[in-house]
Design a protein. Sequence first.
Length: 272
Amino acid sequence: MKPVNAGQVVVRATASHRGRKLSVTPANSPMKRLHYGRILLDGTTPEARFETSGREVGLLCMAGECAVKVNGVEVIALGRYDALYVPRGSAVEVRTSSAVDLVECGAEVEGDYPLQVVRYKDVEQNPSLKFKAGGDATTRELSILLGKNVQAGRIVAGFTRSAPGHWTSWPPHEHTDLLEEMYVYFDMPPPAFGVQLVYTAPEAPEVVTVVRDGDAVLMPAGYHPNVAAPGHSINFVWLMAAHREREDRVFGVVNVQPEFAQRGSGLEASLK
């Protein structure tokens, strides 16, 4: 694995604006394919419009509600933890009558895949899309919003919530040959914080940093465990982009750090 450049992988306060803002693209980061943006709308800024161009785009509704039009056609209202897959070459309009927080992920693709709506109530009923993992001091709950339930070329996305004070992404794992990834921390009001590590060599971690609500950490390579502060959860949206379109678009296929590999990856439920 190529070492991670610590100065290029931590992006602070990505949820401090109104409207739509792309914080991470291949042009401003070490990511080769993955794009990350945030759409934050309320009564003062109730609408955002954009073109997907050559990218497939996933919209994850992390709070509030909104209505989305794609190519001028009303799609449907999105509520908390619902998601929408938008094909490349689409015109998107998002509007709210209250407030909404959308995480946007995208990647350039060559294929055409259909517009798809993911209801969180359906994710909750599928034990390979929503499940608990870990054990003593490593308990967390994972929700896969854009995974095998969606036809897509590269993007995979969902979120993880830890038990207070627990580790997640444990045992440490990496999937550099298949996917690049980033974490975006959410629903961690002050004084909550966590500590994120990213390393290609365990004895010399490239990244050890405190993370708070709205921060993002990129993982173009390397193991990436993290831990919540005592009494608080570490909660993060994970966004991934496959290197080879369709072929590498898999969740749960990882390389566990050998010293901690005795009990598996903790992600086995997603493969059933």
